[in-house]
Structures are given as structure tokens and as C-alpha cells.
Design a protein around this ligand. Structure first.
Ligand code: URA
Length: 443
């Protein structure tokens, strides 16, 4: 077999045999196929796609390229909740303890933030002393202690996805539905779980800007999950504007804790409750999303989810007192209030621009190697659908130095749009895709 023949076959729009995909990917992993040939292949996939069988084999090769994670003693129903990434997405910080309070365990491989979107690891690591496990043994220990098993990607897990993603990044081949679907699903399938809940973000702050693209990705991922025998539910959620009010690492931790205290912004509470309800439904503890949501909201009124968060923080070496004393978190002392220049109903807040404004303050990374400042960020004092008078505060910027402050403030001003007529608050979950008819569609 030769790489060139496989590339030409895909270029000409023909379907590949499983053995051809296996050959190409294994040889690439072992550096016998060079980047320039793999780039040509990826571009051929970008234009010609992959059918279900090709996609299954492609994903299988990614999963088996490295170490897989299974648990000897998972101690309960295991859910892997994954979001495709957005601005202000602090979901895991609140959801994992909430699920733990119901006796549902969370497992997950997660990443650091890049560009305008933040990463779960960075957010948790704004808690002094907090570090996620660095290997499989530590992960298993954390899961059995707390019901929450989260770990960053390591070189030994999914090396093929890592290699391919880096190549896609510089060859214009990231935005291909089959390549995105297999990349995301390989990360879900390399770690044991009994149910996968995917939160596909759609809108200006997301990777996928249109509902059509998000639907296609959701169905493609669902099909991969089914072929590998995993139970899945996919929600498409709104990322036109940032999730909640806080964007920036410590600020997002505080918002997640507030939500676990039964407070926090309503859109975030709704999302958490809906995701928890989905997990309860998948486990078979409730008969409908409505019933599950009710239970989740009731649970948020108790101390238990907060206790679970404290346990997680302690088990990861962090200072759990942050839950009760936010002054223990790194938080910038200087703030700037960005004022509305006109009155009106807020009709849109460009999530990508807000993410970039926070990044300029130091909350995000422009390159993988860059360091971040956990203490800075943005609080959106007003969200879509609310009325504001000229001169009132739209957003507060938490900053350490003034280098990019003006540029950041300007971006915030540009991100907000206004209307003279009343605007309805957007729904947080736009659409849901369930794997079978037993499960109900909520919206
Ligand atoms: N997230 C991933 O993990 N992979 C992609 O290809 C795109 C987004």
C-alpha cells in the first residue's frame, strides 16, 4: 500500500477501505508518512468528506493510537459531559459537583484555553494550590475519592489526534465536520463512561457559527457514538452571547460557586439544571427532563453540591476555603466600568469580541505557550433582553495593567448592540438531539 494512492482515491471522491485508513494513519503516527502527504489527505477530506464507515475507522485509529482510560472501580454511573467551547463556559465547575451530589460520577479529559475561549483546567487552576491529576493512577484515585475524574490531555493519550490537530491548524483543515467529529469523539471514546452528554455551542462565540453546521456536527457525532455503543445526548446551546456574566478565570469560578449556592445568572443555572436532568434521565433516575430539572434545582438549594466541590478542591491540593471566601482567589484589584453610550434594550452581545476583550486583559492565551493571568476578566452587568439607560454600566473590567485596557474597553463597546423595541431573552438550549425516541426533546 502507498500513501499517494490513498490520497488520490480520496481526492477523486471515492470511499476508502478500513485497511487503507489504518495504513495511512498508523504510518503517519510512526512518521513514515510525512506531514505534506497527510496535509494533502486532510484537504481531500475537507472537500470530499468521509462516509460513516470511513469515519468509524478514522475515529478508531485515533482512539487506539495511545493509552485508553478505564476505571476498575468507577463507583457509580459515569457521565462524560463535554462542550465544544465558548466564552464564559464554566459549566464543568458547577455541573460535576452537582452530579456528584446525585451520586453520578463525571469523567473527562479536558484542555487549556486557546484564543477567545477559556479552558476548564485554567479556570480550576485559578484556585490556589489546585492541580488536576497528571496520570491514570491519580485520576482513578480522584474519581474514587470524589466522584469527579477530570484530567488534562497527556502525550500518551490520543497522540494521533494531537498530531493531526496541530497539522489541521496550519493547513486550513480544522473546519471539516468529519474531522471535527472524529477528533471530539475520539477524546470521549478514549475514556470510559456510560453516557456522553455533548454541549455543542452555536453562535458568534463558538467554533460553529450557524445552527445548520451545529446540527450536522451533532448528528455526525451521535452516529459515531452509536457505532461505538455509547449512550449519547447532544444539546445545541446558545453562544451568540457569553454564558452567564463572568468571563475570566477566577471570576468564572466565583460565578460557578454562586450558582452552586442557588444563586448565579439564570441562563447558567438553567443550563446546569438541564444538563444534570439529562444525566439523571440517562441513568434512569427520572422519567423526563422536566422532572430531572426540578430535582436539580432543588438540589442546588442544598449544601451537598458545595460540599462536593470542596472535596474536589481539597483532593486536588487546592484551598477549599475559596468556596466561602472569594478574597482567597486571585482577583485584580483595579476595575473599570464600561458605560452605555445610549439607552435601549440590549439586542446582542458578540461573544467572540467579549472573549477577545478578556484575552487582551490577560485572561486568555494567544498562543499555546503563553501564560495567563487568572485574576483578570470581564463581568457583563447587562445581558441580551435587558434595558439600559445611557451612562449606566454595561460591563466591569478587572485588570492588572493598563497596556491593553483602552482596546479592551473599545471591544466591549463594539460587542453590545441596542434596540429601541423590547428584545426577548434568548433560550440557552436551542435544540436537543437524543439517540432514541424513549428520550424526550425538551425545546
Ligand atoms: N475540538 C476538538 O477537540 N477537535 C476539533 O477538531 C475541533 C474542536
Amino acid at each position: 500500500m502507498r500513501a499517494i494512492d490513498i490520497i488520490e482515491k480520496k481526492r477523486d471522491g471515492k470511499a476508502l477501505e478500513a485497511s487503507e485508513i489504518e495504513f495511512l494513519l498508523k504510518e503517519y503516527l510512526h512518521q513514515n508518512v510525512p506531514d505534506y502527504q497527510m496535509s494533502a489527505f486532510l484537504m481531500a477530506v475537507y472537500f470530499n468528506g468521509m462516509n460513516s464507515e470511513e469515519l468509524q475507522e478514522f475515529t478508531r485509529q485515533m482512539i487506539h493510537s495511545g493509552e485508553m482510560i478505564t476505571f476498575e472501580n468507577p463507583g457509580g454511573f459515569l457521565i462524560d459531559k463535554h462542550s465544544t467551547g465558548g466564552v464564559g463556559d464554566k459549566t464543568t465547575i458547577a455541573l460535576a459537583p452537582l452530579l456528584a451530589a446525585f451520586g453520578i460520577s463525571t469523567t473527562k479529559l479536558t484542555g487549556k484555553g486557546l484564543g477567545h475561549t477559556g479552558g476548564t483546567i485554567d479556570k480550576f487552576e485559578s484556585i490556589p494550590g489546585f492541580h488536576f491529576p497528571e496520570n491514570k493512577e491519580q485520576l482513578q484515585e480522584l474519581l474514587s475519592q470524589t466522584g469527579i475524574g477530570i484530567m488534562g490531555y497527556s502525550d500518551s493519550i490520543l497522540p494521533l489526534d494531537k498530531k493531526l490537530y496541530a497539522l489541521r491548524d496550519v493547513t486550513g483543515t480544522v473546519a471539516s465536520i468529519p474531522l471535527i467529529a472524529s477528533s471530539i469523539m475520539s477524546k470521549k471514546l478514549a475514556i470510559e463512561s456510560q453516557g456522553i452528554i455533548l454541549d455543542v455551542k452555536v453562535g458568534k462565540g463558538a467554533f460553529l457559527k450557524t445552527l445548520e453546521q451545529a446540527r450536522t456536527l451533532a448528528h455526525t457525532m451521535l452516529e459515531i457514538g452509536q457505532r461505538f455503543g455509547r449512550k449519547m445526548v447532544i444539546h445545541l446551546s446558545n453562544m451568540e452571547e457569553p454564558l452567564g456574566q463572568a468571563v475570566g478565570n477566577s471570576l468564572e469560578v466565583i460565578e460557578a460557586i454562586e450558582t452552586l449556592k442557588g444563586k448565579g445568572p439564570q441562563c447558567f443555572r438553567d443550563l446546569i439544571a438541564e444538563l444534570a436532568a439529562t444525566a439523571l434521565l440517562m441513568k434512569g433516575d427520572v422519567e423526563s427532563i422536566k422532572e430531572g430539572k426540578q430535582k436539580a434545582l432543588e438540589m442546588l438549594q442544598t449544601e451537598l453540591p458545595l460540599q462536593k466541590l470542596r472535596q474536589l478542591i481539597e483532593a486536588c491540593g487546592g484551598n477549599a476555603q475559596v468556596v466561602d471566601d472569594y478574597a482567597l482567589l486571585p482577583l485584580a484589584k483595579k476595575t473599570l466600568e464600561v458605560k452605555a453610550q445610549q439607552s435601549g434594550w440590549i439586542s446582542a452581545i458578540d461573544a467572540q469580541m467579549i472573549g477577545k476583550a478578556a484575552m487582551l486583559l490577560g485572561a486568555g492565551r494567544a498562543t499555546k505557550e503563553a501564560s495567563i493571568d487568572h485574576s483578570v476578566g470581564v463581568i457583563l452587568e447587562k445581558k441580551t433582553g435587558e434595558f439600559i439607560n445611557a451612562g449606566d454600566t454595561l460591563a466591569s473590567l478587572y485588570y492588572q495593567n493598563e497596556n491593553e485596557l483602552q482596546a479592551s474597553e473599545k471591544m466591549i463597546q463594539q460587542a453590545y448592540q441596542f434596540s429601541d423595541t423590547q428584545v426577548i431573552k434568548p433560550k440557552i438550549i436551542v435544540e436537543s438531539v437524543f439517540e432514541n425516541d424513549e428520550l424526550e426533546i425538551t425545546n
